[in-house]
Design a protein around this ligand. Structure first.
Ligand code: ARG
Length: 587
């Protein structure tokens, strides 16, 4: 059990003994660490509700604590804050119980079946800067829920079913009409090798889009091709499958490098078989109605103060669209995967889209009321001008180029700081890769999910300040202390009562992981984990300065301190893993 839960129960019982709800007993880290380690603020709201005096209630609660509590000091301050400080022995024995643990006091939650929808790139295009945030935030949210014991499926939800694929089919057909994919009489025996590479697609994609814009005949052909594709014309399907395969291979390489792993490589096309029956059912049940030629679901309610446009199920030409696919995907996830919670880590600018989709899903019963549908939107990566990050010539930087840029800068920084200088080339490259990715990810994840931030390569790659490289450096230092202790035959042992402020503060910091991880999950906000990882390393640095482990003469204290290093490293490794950040062995 986490320390804060343990303490909250003690105070909850004391509130209950005075006839108040136990939830008033919640204990949190103190806002004034100079006065106390923890505090309980429940007396104010409890007294307010019951019409009593909060200070008197705080006193009564404090008096009701049994004599065998783990506190060295419990005091009342201001209008009724209860300030709490633990005995050093209790703190030490609690931290000792974390040694060798994989959960650090965090209790698994009752498992829920969840889908995290993140990544969301479109096929036939390279990943660009805009794909960074949904990928790494989504990955972190997935890992966090998994750590908390949930059954989590990550789905990339590829954009693979819209008009661009019709345009590409027509473009390729115009250039190479002899290919068997375009023979309307053929139904099988298509080439096994792709007629296009990812580079071809990259080049053709904007050309086809321009053709569609400028040439109405081309555009009409492209729309017809989409309808044929979606209704299963074999040649188009086969060609589309090749485009999808080469794209997925290219996209996967970049995600692999980012350590972003999807369980499912589903896409908008995956639920194509559901569209017809779903639409029929919605018409039959009276949910889908005709409006201006299109088929829509009204999603406004009487409580709405502003306009919520109707959900479009089918366009006037009968074609399905982005909204339709998301609705059918919910049906699929609920029915096939048994999901009770679906979290979308997608750009905040799509908020209205998800509002409409979720309303339509609940209204029609595609999602029952107990299914949680949640759009946790991400902000953008901005350039120094405060606008979405672009290259110098105004183009969109590919994600691959962005990663290369940061890794190169990380390699430079290592050199400037005379780190990793004496290792062989292969190890140097590996370390620079890890440092660069840590810089990139931490620079991103330290911001709240929904806010925009400015990409600042110099700040992100610095070894000073709140950065990925600083955290890795801290972790590597812990590793080297442990290696050196091992070489000298010093072993870690039981955590004993602290002898300085710095080891006490580190112990307190080590008790906080459970609530941090829970908060990050609750708000789908990895920045809580990022912040705590930094606090932990900063606390460790102060401890390391003040407590000279290898020179300590009291062997019980020395082996206790070494245990603190081990626990700190283990917690930090977990926290960074939840952020998708890997630690090098040394540097
Ligand atoms: N492919 C979409 C886009 O580029 C993002 C997909 C997000 N996920 C979803 N279920 N709609 O805008």
């Amino acid at each position: 059990m986490s320390l804060s839960t343990t303490l909250s129960r003690i105070f909850g019982d004391a509130f209950a003994s005075q006839g108040y709800d136990a939830s008033y007993g919640e204990v949190v880290p103190s806002a004034r660490p100079d006065l106390a380690q923890f505090q309980c603020n429940g007396a104010m709201p409890a007294a307010k509700k019951a019409g009593g005096n909060p200070r008197e209630l705080a006193q009564a609660v404090t008096d009701a604590l049994s004599d065998t509590t783990p506190f060295s000091d419990v005091g009342i301050a201001g209008p009724g804050f209860i300030n709490i400080t633990l005995t050093d022995d209790f703190l030490a024995s609690y931290v000792d119980s974390l040694s060798g643990s994989l959960r650090f006091g965090s209790d698994p939650q009752t498992p829920r079946k969840m889908v995290i929808d993140y990544g969301g790139p479109n096929v036939a295009k390279e990943l660009h800067v805009g794909h960074l945030r949904p990928a790494i935030i989504g990955e972190s949210v997935k890992r966090t829920f998994r750590f908390l014991g949930h059954d989590v499926v990550g789905d990339v939800h590829l954009g693979d079913w819209g008009i661009p694929y019709g345009q590409l089919i027509v473009e390729i057909g115009d250039r190479r009409p002899e290919l068997p994919f375009f023979d309307p009489d053929r139904v099988d025996g298509y080439p096994a090798a792709s007629p296009v590479t990812i580079e071809d697609l990259q080049e053709l994609y904007p050309i086809a889009a321009t053709h569609a814009k400028e040439d109405e005949a081309f555009a009409a052909q492209a729309r017809a091709a989409v309808v044929d594709l979606q209704s299963g014309r074999p040649g188009y399907r086969a060609l589309w499958q090749h485009m999808r395969n080469v794209s997925v291979a290219a996209i996967k390489k970049v995600y692999d490098r980012l350590n972003v792993e999807f369980d499912l490589w589903h896409g908008e096309s995956t639920i194509n078989h559901r569209l017809e029956p779903m639409v029929k059912g919605l018409i039959a049940d009276g949910y889908a109605v005709e409006s201006g030629g299109a088929l829509v679901i009204e999603v406004m309610t009487d409580d709405d103060t502003k306009e919520v446009p109707p959900f479009i199920l089918l366009k006037s030409d009968g074609a399905s669209l982005y909204t339709t696919w998301d609705l059918a995907t919910i049906e699929d996830r609920v029915e096939d995967l048994g999901a009770t919670e679906i979290i979308y880590i997608v750009d905040v600018r799509q908020a209205l889209h998800f509002e409409q989709v979720f309303r339509a899903a609940y209204k029609t019963g595609i999602a029952s009321p107990d299914v949680v549908l949640d759009h946790s939107g991400n902000g953008t990566v901005n350039g120094p001008d405060g606008r979405p990050f672009k290259t110098r010539d105004g183009g969109l930087l590919t994600l691959r180029e962005l990663i290369d840029m940061v890794v190169d800068r990380a390699a430079q920084r290592l050199e400037e700081n005379e780190l990793a200088t004496e290792f062989d080339e292969a190890e140097k490259v590996e370390i620079a890769e890890k440092v660069g990715l840590a810089a990139l990810k931490y620079g991103d994840l330290q911001n709240h999910r929904s806010s925009n931030y400015t990409f600042d390569i110099d700040r992100f790659t610095s070894f000073d300040g709140k950065t990925g490289p600083y955290l890795l450096y801290g972790a590597v230092r812990m590793k080297s202390v442990l290696r050196e202790a091992a070489e000298r035959g010093i072993e870690s042992g039981e955590v004993v009562a602290p002898v300085r402020d710095q080891d006490r503060n580190l112990m307190l910091q080590l008790t906080r992981l459970p609530e941090v991880v829970e908060r990050a999950a609750q708000h789908r906000a990895p920045n809580h984990i990022a912040e705590h990882a930094y606090e932990l390393v900063a606390e460790f640095s102060r401890f390391y300065e003040a407590c000279h482990i290898l020179r300590e003469e009291d062997t019980a204290v020395q082996s206790s301190w070494l245990a603190l290093v081990e626990i700190t490293l283990a917690e930090l490794t977990l926290l960074l893993d939840l952020l998708g950040i890997e630690i090098p062995e040394r540097m």
